[in-house]
Design a protein. Structure first.
Length: 433
């Protein structure tokens, strides 16, 4: 995959540090601390559908995530050398030109529309001159004034100065919309997302979200619970030697809430039986134990999922629980059927490549086709595949289009179609040798 320009990486230095903190925070592996990530929504645009706040300092002061990754590697033999948190932060500082330890809080906001209007509002002890110093050795960055706020930007990235020590980082549109909200020139978020976030439990990571308005119509015979979801919230917490996660889902009726409990419990059961596939028995038992101890309850139209972990394996358990919700409710959304198409795989021994050719059947959106293998991972488009047709206005792969990828003898190459809530394998090839 092509790396983004260095200028953009440096311009998004603050955002990179915030993202690092958010990802580390979502691991749920922290020492005893009862700090709270509250987050002020005044600078969050009105149509935001997802918001998450992170107490970055609590995240950065713990090295247990790396320790658990090392243990995973020892159990499964799948993870190489893992840096300590301090080593990782030094790498980030060397790459971005800003010390991530100076970051205090991060408030990330986004929509599901894909209009590039999301961003991150951060508080740090970086001065504006610190940001300028991180940018000055790169390609020219334009500095402008918008709503009496300074904005440093390139065509595809921006940093806006909200106040001393407070910045908004993201793509230019998202940064300007945040400034509009912060200065009162446009409304701040005051919808179901704001309600969810304000009602979220205490924790060092807190989040709230609302489903998009075009979530889809119920499928005939389905429960419609996915369409009845009003909003959701949650938090990650640490204290008393344990780590916890809580997710709350608010529905329009107790009936759909009950259907959701059933769906999540079924999803957890599937996840518990499938998550250990390919893992060592020891590691599989750790993950299954957390899933099996997850509590799912209902109070009227509210569903609550609670997880507690005393051993530090929560990072994998949380995605599994979220996956169980998608697995349980995903089938209730109206989905386009998987494409019906034939593909041929041809191996060129001399070149060490495999050519995948669409031979017959449906035209397939190129951005939903992915190739995974020992030597290649990426989308059909990013890997340079042909896309001579169109589907819904997007590039489409038609009969005769092909893609050539590197492949070593004995390697396996999978062609995958990725839908909204599911994936389908369209072809698999094992290289001779």
């Amino acid at each position: 995959m092509t790396q983004p320009p260095t200028t953009r990486r440096r311009l998004l230095a603050a955002g990179g540090a915030a993202s690092l903190a958010a990802l580390a925070g979502c691991s749920g592996i922290l020492g005893d601390d009862d700090s709270d990530a509250s987050g002020d929504l005044d600078a969050v645009p009105a149509d935001t559908e997802f918001v998450v706040s992170v107490d970055v300092q609590q995240v950065l002061n713990d090295d247990l995530p790396a320790e658990r990754l090392r243990e995973m590697g020892e159990m499964d033999g799948t993870v190489g050398e893992v840096p300590t948190m301090d080593e990782l932060l030094q790498q980030v500082e060397a790459e971005l030109g800003l010390d991530p330890r100076g970051l205090s809080t991060a408030l990330l906001f986004a929509t599901s529309s894909g209009d590039e209007s999301g961003g991150a509002i951060i508080e740090a002890d970086w001065s504006e001159s610190d940001l300028e110093a991180a940018l000055e050795n790169e390609q020219p960055v334009e500095t402008t004034t918008y709503q009496d706020r300074t904005v440093h930007e390139t065509p595809d990235a921006a940093v806006g100065v909200l106040s001393e020590g407070q910045y908004v980082v993201g793509l230019p549109d998202g940064v300007r919309r945040s400034i509009d909200a912060a200065t009162g020139n446009a409304p701040s978020v005051d919808n179901a997302t704001a309600t969810a976030y304000e009602d979220a439990p205490d924790g060092y990571v807190r989040f709230g979200f609302a489903p998009p308005a075009d979530a889809g119509a119920p499928v005939a015979g389905g429960s419609g619970a996915a369409q009845d979801l009003q909003h959701g919230s949650g938090a990650l917490s640490a204290g008393g030697g344990s780590r916890g996660a809580e997710i709350r889902l608010e529905f329009g009726s107790s009936e759909t809430a009950g259907q959701t409990v059933t769906a999540i419990e079924a999803g957890l059961a599937r996840a518990g039986s499938e998550i250990s596939s390919g893992m060592s028995p020891e590691l599989g038992q750790e993950f299954k134990g957390i899933l099996e101890s997850t509590d799912v309850s209902q109070d009227g139209s509210t569903v609550t999922v609670e997880m507690t972990d005393t051993d530090g394996w929560l990072p994998v358990a949380i995605p599994a629980v979220l996956a169980s919700f998608v697995l349980g409710l995903g089938g209730q959304r109206q989905q386009r059927p998987a494409p019906q198409a034939g593909f041929e795989f041809d191996y060129d021994d001399a070149a060490g490549t495999v050519t995948i050719t669409h031979t017959a059947g449906d035209t397939i959106r190129a951005d939903r086709l992915y190739v995974y293998g020992d030597a290649v991972n990426g989308s059909w488009l990013n890997l340079g595949g042909d896309a001579s047709g169109t589907v819904d206005g997007a590039p489409g792969v038609v009969a005769g289009d092909s893609l050539t990828v590197d492949a070593d003898p004995g390697a396996r190459v999978d062609l995958i179609w990725e839908g909204t809530n599911r994936t389908v394998t369209l072809g698999t090839f094992t290289v001779p040798g």
